[in-house]
Design a protein around this ligand. Structure first.
Ligand SMILES: C[S@@+](CC[C@H](N)C(=O)[O-])C[C@H]1O[C@@H](n2cnc3c(N)ncnc32)[C@H](O)[C@@H]1O
Length: 460
């Protein structure tokens, strides 16, 4: 058993070296990796070395053990449609005289994302006389080796459109070998995005940057640094695509957020779009802390509340909350109890007052979604749930509810994305938030629900 002080040092070092945050729930993984990496050395001497030297070999090994590389071809397809129908045509127009198009896939893992982009470009545009660069970067050496090999399982291509599967993949035993033309269209580089990487971020270098499903693992200040590099290196009007659980709230004001179909994207503000509001009030431009999470109102006994919710004694739960000092958080808990007890009108009124307060904004959206869902307005419910998920990328139940509603709306691919995301987020979601937004059901019940929802999503 590793002592807490050693683990804390290891965790802090990992954040410093890789930019990644490992929440409490990852203790056993960290213990295991630390034990393996120490080998015969003492933990003390291993950590001392990690704290004083930057050894790229060691970083590569740590990254291969600790990073989450989950990915697939044509992931988040609605976003790829935006890339295809909007971003590429606009960038080709902007780059007409140079005839150069540059696309960066940050945190590309085993290559499925940049290869998907290459296939979409090949399939839809005649770019023979263009200089097209697609670069995938990642710190995980093993994942990059897989990318360069280009052999993938059935599982990796499960969402690939039939036409593209037939055109660009060659069956090889029970796997698929990517076509040489696509392999050659993408370069890969091993990069730790937590380092300066000056050459990657030269001014105006990129037309489009994909950084999906990586920022959510980054420490807040590291994410802010990385996104400022994106802003510096994108050309005017360049596009940034983030994963569904990522957002730029509090991280950057250099981008405009747009919604299109079932996805969102960011576009770099042009220099002549006027000074950002923050220039008049610099203190607000880069808040020094992440978006606040709803916290427990002073004096709240969550154990008592849990008992009351589980036994559906809502009037008593409201009484308990009334006895606490007034605060936005207390109102959010009250709204949650009102939703659970079916008092939707009162819940919605209360939520409206909480929509513009940072610590309750995401939660209020989620509860409004539940109210709309209750009266059968699935489209409106979906809007609220998705907004809650965007406002707070770690809010597991926003993903669960989005996934459920999307499935009922027949949007299976999107539903699956949300439900899989939910399964990851549920692992680290706090008990308190599960109670606040989940009406007293246990974590295991939410896992089972997500699994069964996933099984009920028709395969494409
Ligand atoms: C979940 S995968 C995302 C793959 C792909 N972008 C997608 O959305 O399907 C996250 C990737 O970020 C990479 N990553 C995490 N920390 C990194 C760092 N400091 N530098 C470079 N890559 C990093 C991981 O190695 C992993 O491959």
């Amino acid at each position: 058993m590793t002592c807490t002080a050693i683990l804390t040092r290891f965790r802090e070092r990992l954040e410093h070296l890789l930019g990644l945050v490992f929440p409490e729930g990852h203790q056993s993984l960290l213990e295991e990796v630390l034990r393996r990496r120490c080998g015969r050395r003492s933990q003390e001497s291993y950590l001392a070395e990690l704290e004083t030297t930057y050894d790229p070999e060691e970083i590569a090994k740590l990254a291969s053990e600790l990073t989450v590389g989950e990915t697939l071809f044509f992931r988040h397809s609605a976003q790829l449609q935006t890339f295809l129908q909007l971003a590429v045509p606009q960038r080709l127009k902007a780059r007409q005289s140079l005839r150069r198009l540059s696309i960066l896939s940050v945190g590309c893992s085993s290559g499925e994302e940049p290869y998907s982009l290459a296939m979409l470009l090949r399939q839809n545009f005649a770019l023979q006389d263009w200089n097209v660069q697609i670069l995938g970067v990642d710190v995980n050496r093993k994942a990059l080796a897989t990318a360069r090999r280009g052999i993938y399982s059935n599982w990796s291509v499960r969402e690939a459109p039939e036409l593209l599967l037939k055109r660009w993949f060659h069956p090889k035993a029970d796997q698929f070998q990517l076509d040489k033309n696509i392999l050659e269209a993408v370069q890969f580089e091993e990069r730790n995005l937590n380092l300066a990487n000056h050459d990657l971020w030269l001014s105006g270098r990129w037309d489009v940057i994909f950084c999906r499903n990586m920022l959510m693992y980054f420490a807040f200040d590291k994410a802010r640094q990385l996104v400022s590099n994106f802003a510096r290196s994108l050309s005017d009007g360049g596009y940034l695509f983030l994963g569904p659980a990522d957002n730029l709230r509090g991280i950057s004001e250099d981008f405009t957020l747009h919604y299109r179909d079932e996805s969102f994207y960011y576009q770099l503000k042009s220099p002549d779009s006027g000074p950002p509001a923050a220039q008049a009030a610099p203190a607000r431009r880069i808040p020094s802390a992440p978006v606040p999470r709803p916290v427990q109102p002073t004096g709240l006994r969550t154990d008592l509340l849990k008992d009351l919710l589980e036994s559906e004694r809502y009037a008593q739960a409201l009484e308990l909350l009334e006895s606490l000092p007034a605060s936005a958080e207390r109102s959010l808990w009250k709204a949650s109890v009102l939703v659970n007890s079916g008092k939707l009108e009162a819940a919605e009124q209360l939520c409206q007052t909480l929509l513009h307060q940072p610590q309750t904004e995401a939660g209020a959206h989620l509860l409004l979604g539940l109210c709309r869902r209750e009266v059968g307005e699935l489209g409106a419910a979906r809007g609220y749930f998705e907004q809650a998920a965007r406002l707070d990328g770690q809010l597991a139940l926003a993903r669960v509810y989005s996934g459920m509603v999307l499935r009922r709306l027949g949007l299976s691919a999107l539903a699956r994305t949300h439900l899989r995301q939910a399964l990851t987020l549920l692992e680290k979601e706090s008990e308190q938030r599960l109670l606040l937004f989940g009406g007293g059901y246990r974590r295991s019940a939410w896992f089972s629900l997500c699994q069964s929802e996933l099984e009920r999503c028709p395969k494409p």
